[in-house]
Design a protein around this ligand. Structure first.
Ligand code: ZN
Length: 272
């Protein structure tokens, strides 16, 4: 889309840049929103980074990421909850309205049990989210990550958990990379929109072949995802947030990041 008013980038996309550099470069490229990768805040003053983003005329879109709720021991699940409370507090200090959640899965544990643990954790976290003034966005992950990263693999699973907990502080992050294959996607976006649960929208592309399960995402237009169509479904469902570029790619991280940022801007205009 030509309109750059909702053009956002996740700092992990240009991981080779320290966050201060990324903020300056994004602002100069006309980016309007920044999602902050939590590791990028290590050793920094969180409030100062939030102010730095706003001083450059950009919004903080979200803090990425919390979650990892599923585990085989009570102690591990309890310490995950503590970690997520710290993450919510950090988001509040940053001025981020949302924490994006990769909910977790434990290898060898049945997915139904992991989902039960995730729901229990989300239920326990919602009061802290409300107190911090920061929303929780469940991001369904592609089923290839169901073994170890998330037992929430479809929009339908994410929506069902949100409906059962039924809090305005809990919703869904839609990432085209994780959801494009789902024949229920348009319908689920509509259902989530109707209950005001569309909190975030992430874009990248699916490469053929995909050479790495985690770090081979494509630039928009380089793969097979109908990104613009999905963006239009989001808008038809009432979503008015940022279109956030989130590309985990070793190939792109190894490239000249200035040229990569220019390519992202062009791809956003042509394919989002
Ligand atoms: Zn994402």
């Amino acid at each position: 889309m030509d309109d750059l008013s909702r053009f956002a980038i996740h700092t992990a996309t240009t991981r080779s840049w320290p966050i201060e550099g990324a903020i300056a470069e994004y602002a100069a490229a006309g980016v309007k929103g920044v999602t902050v990768w939590r590791e990028a805040l290590d050793g920094r003053d969180t409030r100062e980074i939030g102010n730095r983003i706003r001083d450059r005329g950009m919004a903080v879109v979200s803090l990425c990421r919390g979650g990892v709720f599923a585990a085989d021991t009570e102690a591990a699940r309890s310490s995950a909850l503590d970690e997520n409370r710290r993450c919510l507090d950090q988001a509040a200090a940053l001025g981020a309205p949302i924490v994006v959640l990769v909910c977790g899965a434990f290898p060898g544990q049945e997915l139904e049990e992991s989902r039960r643990q995730i729901e229990e954790a989300l239920f326990a976290l919602v009061p802290h989210a409300k107190a911090a003034g920061v929303k929780l966005a469940v991001e369904p992950l592609h089923p290839m990550y169901a073994d170890s990263r998330s037992a929430i693999n479809t929009m339908g699973q994410a929506r069902t958990i949100c409906e059962r907990i039924d809090s305005p502080w809990l919703g869904v992050a839609v990432d085209v990379y994780h959801t494009w294959w789902d024949d229920r996607l348009e319908a689920e976006i509509g259902l989530c929109g109707r209950s005001l649960r569309l909190f975030a929208f992430h874009v990248s592309d699916w490469m053929t072949p995909t050479c790495d399960l985690l770090e081979d995402r494509g630039l928009m237009g380089d793969g097979c995802i109908p990104i613009r169509k999905i963006r239009e479904w989001m808008e038809e469902a009432g979503f008015r947030g940022f279109n956030e570029v989130e590309i985990f790619s070793r190939r792109h991280w190894a490239s000249d990041q200035g040229q990569f940022l220019a390519a992202i801007r062009t791809a956003y205009i042509e394919h989002v």
